[in-house]
Design a protein. Structure first.
Length: 213
């Protein structure tokens, strides 16, 4: 069972287990919603330190997402056409993500870190689109650190009831994730309207006759 494997890995290997599991969370889609609440419970027990868990978990997430980014960057469409099914990617979804990413790439990398599955997939179009590494790292790190902190804190606050919260994790975080999607949607709509308005304002300014004195 996945949960038992995660628990045993953390108990046996400690911080190194968290690091390895978080790499796997981004590289092969092991849900961090299971990994980090239990790590938070171990913080509650005094086994781990909260800030050290957050640091190590975020470092593991960074390594995992860089792997995905590198796959997209170096293999690109060849990967999607031949091996996309192993990464839950298709050519049609790639085309759509490329169009979206061209306009909202940096913002998308930040906001999608709060959304299951998409948080993993976003690294592929970022790599394929050759997003600047420093931007990808900046927005990824910020988003992952925030989300990791939330999950660890939930496990810490829940304490001994962590198994119950993990069993109901889908419903527990559904509200948070829906809220994140709504916020992302509002921001993107605002950004889209603003980007359309700026060229129109520029055209009006250029077409307006100048008054000679």
């Amino acid at each position: 069972m996945l949960f038992n494997f995660i628990v045993q890995t953390m108990i046996t290997i400690g911080y190194g287990g968290i690091f390895g599991l978080m790499i796997a969370a981004l590289a092969v889609s092991i849900p961090s919603e299971i990994i980090l609440p239990f790590a938070g419970y171990l913080v509650y027990e005094g086994t781990f330190n909260f800030w050290l868990v957050l640091l190590i978990a975020t470092l593991g997430s960074i390594v995992g997402t860089i792997i995905d980014y590198a796959i997209g960057y170096y293999l690109g469409r060849v990967l999607v056409v031949r091996y996309g099914k192993y990464f839950h990617l298709s050519e049609s979804s790639l085309i759509e993500s490329e169009k979206w990413f061209q306009k909202y790439g940096d913002l998308a990398v930040l906001l999608t870190r709060f959304i299951p599955l998409i948080r993993t997939l976003i690294a592929f179009p970022a790599g394929i689109g050759e997003m600047k590494v420093w931007k990808f790292m900046l927005y990824s790190t910020l988003g992952m650190a925030l989300w990791n902190g939330v999950l660890i804190y939930v496990g810490y606050r829940v304490g001994p009831d962590v198994k119950g919260i993990i069993n109901s994790i889908s419903s527990t975080f559904a509200f948070v994730e829906v809220a994140a999607v709504l916020v992302a949607f509002v921001v993107l709509v605002f950004w889209m309207r603003r980007s359309k308005q700026e060229p129109n304002d520029k055209e009006k300014a250029e077409s307006s006759p100048t008054t000679l004195k």
